[in-house]
Design a protein around this ligand. Sequence first.
Ligand SMILES: Nc1ncnc2c1ncn2[C@@H]1O[C@H](COP(=O)(O)OP(=O)(O)OP(=O)(O)O)[C@@H](O)[C@H]1O
Ligand SMILES: [Mg+2]
Length: 431
Amino acid sequence: MQKKNTNWGAAIDISSFYGRSQELTQLKSWIIEDGCRLVKVLGMAGVGKTTLATKLAKSIQDQFEYVIWRAIQHTSSANDLVTEFVSFLSHQQESKPDINLLIHYLRKSQCLLILDNLETTLDADLMINYRSGYQIYSDLIRAISTTNHNSCLILTSREKPAEIATLERTAFKVRSLNLEGSQEVALHLLQSKQLLGSEEQKQKLCLLYSHNPLQINMVANAIIKLFDGKIDKFLEQNTLLLSNISQLLKQQLHRLSELEWHIMYCIAINQQLTSIDTLAKSIWLTVPKYQLLNAIERLIWRSLIEKQGQGYTQKPVVMEYVVERFKEQILSELINKEFFLFNQHLLLTENSKYCGIENQTPGILQGIADQFCNYCPSRIALKRHIKEIIEEVQTFQNCLCKYGISNFIHLCNYLEFELTTAEQEIFQHCL
Ligand SMILES: Nc1ncnc2c1ncn2[C@@H]1O[C@H](COP(=O)(O)OP(=O)(O)OP(=O)(O)O)[C@@H](O)[C@H]1O
Ligand SMILES: [Mg+2]
């Protein structure tokens, strides 16, 4: 039966909840034993933040006099939300967007507030600032974290605002859990879809999607529709990027800055753990080291790269998405004879044999060259296009620089297009 002082708003149904016992124990102990005032569940889209926060809140609700659950939507007004909290906690006696008043009620009774999707309040570029009109969230979080009371705010977010990272260092009762995929949850979800395949294939599928429950649900549905539920048939396709998964990643990556994209491309092209030194050397623009470090930190907060030993890497599905986007951009630059990324990244690195699922996917350079051939209707048209690029380089010598020239020469070699001595001299001249 619904308790009088609970308001679950549009909280999701968690009747088929699996696993996560370790995370639940950790979160409960922070809230109940350590009396944390702010607990954040952070992680990539679809990793299970909302599900876990809801399960957590349901399982500790008896320890609180009031429970209120709200999801922040793009359209929600921050003032309305604070007003709603105040109104609920005061039994409709007050209705003002007043944070001090809210703190008064959080002191008066033990309240549990849950706010889902904090990332929707953040500015796209640096994640430091809140979007205009959303500053009150910052005031709210700061007040709840730093004042004395026995209530708790649980936040979920795909991204970690810089301000919260600072609070974590300074305020004692603030904690965050970086949620990763869960093998237990992923295998349960696959099991419930009744896909056809061996245990080994199921585990492989789960691993390729880093045990992300939403992606596992999406791929399982696609396997049922496209391959009659047969996992091996899907794995044979050698791609992880189903359309709705690409869409999900596009949504999460569209917020990246130019520098962040550069780092994402470097790691994806490198195909192995990439160190900070390698990243620093790869950057053409004069970027101070602190900016590079900040950008790496933001990408970690967004769960888009991860540290392993001394280097950084990406989840397989993220890496495939980034490589595909990179190839599309390079192809478009070759077609339009306007070079940007082509000049910034070496297409043929030591490790550039792009390892797809079964290591059959061609290298990045080969992939681009093949697509370039497909774009040109004939071998003659291809040769004409290459000649036009060379003419362009001759006229505007700065249109291709060091990496661009090396890439272009490798591309010509792969396409078996022999450069004349005069053409080679043009390139020598540009170096
Ligand atoms: N522990 C779990 N047990 C069962 N299903 C789960 C579990 N965790 C996640 N799921 C399923 O995975 C999907 C994604 O989960 P959820 O919405 O919680 O992710 P999220 O991290 O909040 O994503 P977003 O960043 O998009 O808000 C949901 O359909 C949910 O039912
Ligand atoms: Mg969510």
